[in-house]
Design a protein around this ligand. Sequence first.
Ligand code: AMP
Length: 309
Amino acid sequence: MPAKKCDFPEGALRIRFQPGTRNYRQRNPMKIIHSIREMQAEADRMRANGLRIGFVPTMGFLHEGHLSLIREAGRRADRVVVSIFVNPTQFGPNEDFAAYPRDFERDRKLSEAEGADVIFSPAAEEMYPAGHCTHVDVDGLTETLCGASRPGHFRGVTTVVTKLFTAVKPHVAVFGQKDAQQAAVIRRMTADLNLDVEIVVAPIVREADGLAMSSRNVYLSPSEREDATVLRQSLLAAEDLFRKGERDASVLIRSVRSMISSKPSARVDYVSLADPGTLQPIDEARSGALLAVAVFIGKTRLIDNLILP
Ligand code: AMP
């Protein structure tokens, strides 16, 4: 671990204790950066000072899941950059880009309290100026699961993550297992393009009743919120069948589907048992396989998954 630099005025000093990892972190007040050039210059300064940069890309409206990623980045790096960018190119024409919840002031406070050093929050025109026509496509992996029902979604994700990486210049980037396919696609892309970024995938953070935290949960009415617990419950029931010896993927999938269909507001988008690396469907359940679901609860599309034990 490189020596920490003290490059801030007295009084601006924030000292935080990170249990179990680095001891005291000495930091400047959190910066908010909107321009790519400025972000790159800040990254260059951190790198010149021998500081390891941890990065957490988000679309904002932060919840405990995002905050767990910020903490994970803090354990693995000297400085943490959180990006807040609702990326228009990963939303389909009939999806919720305009309605997507946004609250920058709240995100700012939460990020700062979690020890983030920089919020990078570019405008859409900064990321995609007029004439922008370069994209990053990952084949195969992006055609199954969410890729099948959200055409173009992953092209938007891989393009924006590449652009965020070139702006933030991180040593390590932390993603959530909640978006298992996204994590697999980003891993593949990073390897294929020789991007010099370590990819870390952190566990899913859940509400007390098991619902995976998501910025989209705010869309749910009280009765939908209740129905939404079926995603986790159906996955756990299938896991239980697997533990008891069931290996037929179609049986596990049928079990998940029928539990979900018992909820009035729920409509299955997909249920899949897949290889966790290639994301291709498998017929025989095995330890380490990815069981993933996407479900519309009313108009809200939610996803969840688990790795078979
Ligand atoms: P989003 O803001 O939805 O684009 O998510 C930003 C990052 O947070 C992604 O890497 C997600 O996988 C991750 N994330 C979202 N929800 C959770 C959760 N409940 N637990 C852990 N990570 C999450």
